[in-house]
Each structure stands twice: as structure tokens, then as C-alpha cells.
Design a binder for this molecule. Structure first.
Ligand code: AMP
Ligand code: MG
Length: 401
């Protein structure tokens, strides 16, 4: 049996990033940068005002105070988006707005709240305080210099990063292609939700949850019809899915029962099985293999097992395919509101709910067929074998999203 880390390392070693494509920033959320991106401009592109107020020469206000205000003659307005055509000479000032380019000659801005009179009433503005050079000014290039690296290969395009690239003049970006992930569910007992349920049958629930997990990380799920427990049917279902997808995920049929045809079907169509069985709970019968250059993940059928093994072992590979630099995401922590116990000899990825104060508790029964606790969980806590983590323990949380 493989440890979780051995299995993950072996899987990741088999992953080749997909080819890259150019996409508009407007549809790039969640994608991963494939090539370094450099700024097209200085940011800000010019010295400009941080406030609505008056552009001044700071030395003109060296002696200004409430007792002896300094009057400066207002010579015009510097609107946003244009260059003011005159220079601020000694004894003058210019009306300015947040983001307006600083007029030539000015080296400071005084907030309009800090002046005595307003330009509406008089062309003279009274200043009652000193001003320091570059006060309330935003300087050209202080954020980014033109040509500077603003995104490296592997960076995830989050909302703030998209804003950053847009501000730097970038309209489109090279990103790795999104893997198409075929989702198959095996089992004679399975029926489609929304259809009648005959005696002995259950509704199929893995493909929809896995499709959601895959889509959340930028993969494109493709749901295939239910596959019966039959070698020939499983082989042809796998062949079709491999022909149409970059990666194929099955659920069920990877255990040791007579009806578990998935591994035989993979090898039967010329694929290879690279590993089977991982020391984790839920999810021990997890299988991983390949068909040509495409990856195969055989997840166990129980709903908790399928979603947990996807998250722990498949998700990293789908992220790596998209060129992600980091497949674990930012660390998330919670503190245990109650003890979590694992009496078994495999690591237990326990389903926990987390309250708004970050306190985690068991989401309910940890049996792998229990959907209610799975549904109420925010994520997983990895509890080592034969271990009780006491209440108050700070734990890392593996969130569902
Ligand atoms: P298996 O891994 O095929 O032995 O299935 C283990 C358990 O999971 C059995 O109780 C199955 O009925 C159940 N199961 C398998 N596949 C699914 C599925 N796609 N949706 C819901 N339950 C499933
Ligand atoms: Mg089965």
C-alpha cells in the first residue's frame, strides 16, 4: 500500500502540463499563467494627485499657518485624463482631482478640506498649513516600472491579479489549456437522479460532485452515461472517454469484488495501472494509471471516498496539468472545537464543519457512504493513525474549494 505522499508524488511525476493558449483577461479567472508577463507601462504612468484639492509648489507654503495663511492665485483646473497646459509658477496653484496628472512645476497637493476658501468663490485660495514635497502625490512608476515582471509562469489568475495585469496594459495572457475530464460512474445499482428508483437501486451522486470539484479548479468536466458492471461495457466506455478527454476519472468498481471491472478494463484497452491502494481513509482502493499519455484515476464508489480521493490525489494533478505553480493553495487553518479521533491504522481525512470563528467539528458520521455529513462539511482534516487530536488543536483544513 502506498502512502498518500508517495501516491501523490508518483501521480505528479506523470503529469505533463497541457499546451498553452491565449485568452482575454475577461475569461481568464482561475487560469494559470503559462509565460512571464511584463508591464507595458510605468504604474502609475505619470505623477498624479492622490486627493481632490490644489496642486502647489510646496516651497510657496513654507510659512503658511492658521495665524498667517498664504494666498495663492488659482490659474486653472487640471481635469482627469488630460495634461494641464500651463506651469505652476511661484504664487499660483491649480485645482486638481484624484488621478489628475500633476501640472508642471507643482510638487505637492493640498486637500481641498484643508484650504480656507474655495475656488467657487474666489480665484485666491488660502492655505493655512505647510505642505511637504510630494505630499498627496502618487509618483510615476512607484508601483511598477515599465518592463518589470508582473506575473510569473504558474501564477493563478485571481481577481486582484487580473486587475493588476489590466492596469499594466495587458489585454490577453498565455495560459495552459484547461483539461477536459471525463467522468464515468460504474455500478449496476446506479440510476440517474430524476428517474424512478427500482428496488435495489440507488441514485448516482459521484459524477455531479466530481464535476463541480473539477470545474472549481478550472478543469472542464464531461459527464458520461452510467456504466454497468461488465468488462466489455467498461472497456468501451473507457475507450470513448479517453478518445474525447485529456483525463478520465471513474468511480466504483476498483475494489476486490467480482464485479469490479475497472482495472481489468483499463489494462484490457492497452492502458497501464501504475498504482492501486493508498493508505488513507476513506478511499483505500484508489487506482491510478495511464492510457497513452492520458491519466486515469479510478476512485472508489462510496461518495465520501470519491470526493476525498479526488481532492487529495486527483486535484493536484489537474492543477499541475494547467501549469499551476502551487497545487496545495494557501494554507487554511482551523482550531478544533472538539477532539477528533482516528482509531484506525490509516490516515483519516475527516469531514469537518467550520464555524465563522474558525472552530472545526466533525461534520457527522465519518462512514464513507454517509452523504449528510459530507454535505455539511467545509473540508477535510487529516488525522494521523491511532491519534486523538484534542480540542483546541490548530489543524490545517483542506477546503472543498
Ligand atoms: P464500489 O466501489 O463499486 O464497490 O462501490 C462502493 C459503494 O459505493 C457501493 O455501496 C456503491 O453502491 C456505492 N457507489 C458506487 N458508485 C456510486 C455512485 N456513482 N454514486 C453513489 N454511490 C455509489
Ligand atoms: Mg460497484
Amino acid at each position: 500500500m502506498h502512502s498518500v505522499e508517495q501516491a501523490r508524488d508518483q501521480i505528479l511525476a506523470s503529469v505533463a502540463p497541457l499546451a498553452s493558449e491565449t485568452v482575454s483577461l475577461s475569461v481568464a479567472i482561475g487560469r494559470f499563467v503559462a509565460e512571464p508577463v511584463r508591464s507595458a507601462v510605468d504604474l502609475p504612468p505619470a505623477d498624479n494627485s492622490a486627493m481632490d484639492g490644489y496642486a502647489v509648489r510646496s516651497q510657496d507654503l513654507a510659512c503658511a499657518s492658521a495665524q498667517s495663511p498664504v494666498a495663492l492665485r488659482l490659474i486653472g483646473t487640471a481635469p482627469a485624463g488630460a495634461i494641464f497646459d500651463k506651469s505652476v509658477e511661484q504664487g499660483t496653484c491649480v485645482r486638481i482631482f484624484t488621478g489628475s496628472v500633476l501640472p508642471h512645476g507643482a510638487d505637492a497637493v493640498v486637500m481641498q478640506e484643508d484650504v480656507k476658501q474655495d475656488s467657487r468663490d474666489t480665484p485666491q485660495i488660502l492655505f493655512v498649513d505647510k505642505s511637504a514635497p510630494w505630499e498627496y502625490c502618487r509618483l510615476r512608476g512607484e508601483d511598477v516600472k515599465s518592463g518589470a515582471l508582473i506575473s510569473a509562469a504558474g501564477d493563478k489568475l485571481t481577481a486582484p491579479r487580473l486587475s493588476y495585469l489590466a492596469a499594466a496594459g495587458i489585454a490577453s495572457v498565455r495560459v495552459a489549456r484547461q483539461p477536459v475530464v471525463g467522468l464515468l460512474a460504474t455500478g449496476n445499482e446506479l440510476r440517474e437522479p430524476g428517474t424512478p428508483l427500482p428496488p435495489g437501486a440507488i441514485y448516482e451522486s459521484n459524477r455531479i460532485g466530481l464535476a463541480a470539484l473539477a470545474a472549481q479548479i478550472g478543469a472542464i468536466p464531461k459527464i458520461y452515461p452510467l456504466t454497468p458492471d461488465d468488462l466489455a461495457a467498461t472497456k468501451s466506455a473507457l475507450e470513448l472517454a479517453f478518445a474525447e478527454c485529456d483525463t478520465v476519472i471513474t468511480t466504483g468498481g476498483v475494489s476486490v469484488g467480482e464485479a469490479d471491472w475497472v482495472k481489468a478494463a483499463l489494462t484490457g484497452i492497452g492502458g497501464q495501472l501504475d498504482l492501486w491502494k493508498v493508505a488513507m481513509r476513506p478511499g483505500k482502493p484508489f487506482a491510478f494509471g495511464r492510457w497513452k499519455e492520458k491519466l486515469f484515476f479510478g476512485l472508489p464508489g462510496n461518495p465520501a471516498s470519491a470526493l476525498v480521493t479526488f481532492t487529495v490525489l486527483t486535484r493536484p494533478a489537474l492543477l499541475r496539468m494547467q501549469g499551476a505553480g502551487d497545487f496545495l493553495g494557501p494554507a487554511t487553518f482551523a482550531s478544533l472545537a472538539e477532539p477528533l479521533s482516528n482509531a484506525g491504522d490509516r490516515r483519516d481525512f475527516m469531514r469537518v464543519s467550520v464555524d465563522s470563528a474558525g472552530r472545526a467539528s466533525s461534520a457527522g458520521s465519518q462512514s464513507s457512504h454517509i452523504l449528510s455529513a459530507l454535505a455539511n462539511s467545509a473540508g477535510l482534516v487529516d488525522v494521523p493513525p491511532k491519534t486523538t487530536l484534542p480540542a483546541g488543536t490548530q489543524v490545517s483544513l483542506i477546503p472543498w474549494s
